[in-house]
Design a protein around this ligand. Sequence first.
Ligand code: MLT
Ligand code: MN
Ligand code: ZN
Length: 292
Amino acid sequence: MRVLLLGTAAGGGVPQWNCACANCEAVRAGTAPARTQDCLAVSADGRTWYLLNASPDIRTQLTSYAALAPLPPRESPLRGVLLTDGELDHTLGLFQLKEAAGLRVWAPAAVAATVPAREIAGRYHGWEWPRLEERFELGGLVVTVFPVSGKRPKYAGDSALDGPWVVAYRIEDPATGGSLVYAPCVAQWPEGFDDFCAGASCVLLDGSFFAPDEMAGATAGDVGSGAQLAMGHLPMAGEHGSLARIRRSRDTRWLYTHVNNTNPVLSPASPEHAALLEAGAELPPDATELLL
Ligand code: MLT
Ligand code: MN
Ligand code: ZN
């Protein structure tokens, strides 16, 4: 299985257009790499590809990789999209995929029922929205779904639809035995998640925040620690943080994605970056390719 990390930043990317924090400024100064918003592509055979989430940067992401280029006259290797959740930063890219004929989009039922792109972009070429089974085949790969939480996107208001609103995926290649877990939106370490990750070649994990109160220090406005908590992203640091939960396993690589521009791990000289490495985790840049 080939895995292309098209984007590794949380909503806003790095730099974020309206942010002049140290991390965003480092990219503007050319001393740190830019990161586009979290999104990846997977393929069993290198000829047909599936997206995991559809970021607002999707057009640039899709046009930057030879593997994702269309064949003449207009035959894209993109076959479908799996959504982990309905957040705008994971679904706005669907609008830009409106040219895609016959796209299949898998999402938790509550997300499939509310995501704005379904009613708008999905009408152009009659996309299919298959029911999200617990386990299904995907172009030679096998997908298993793990319900993560009931965290709704803001636009869904107080929708009474049953969750889960957020899921994680495990994608296995039966031909190689390689497997990937993708969990970019984890509010707390879910019950049963260790088992879901057991034996995976690689886990791509929610790296939004290092500290629980990070956004209060880095941004203006009403984004205090309460609001950060409400965003539903388990911080890396602390006794219950994700770094403490990562199992050092010889067979599993732990990679952080969906990294917010406030996160000090983005600075390689920071003690937070050192703590991440010390825990056995990695911080891959955009365009990292994994062969699993
Ligand atoms: C998130 O990851 O929590 C969302 O992208 C934030 C949001 O846009 O509400
Ligand atoms: Mn996000
Ligand atoms: Zn910033």
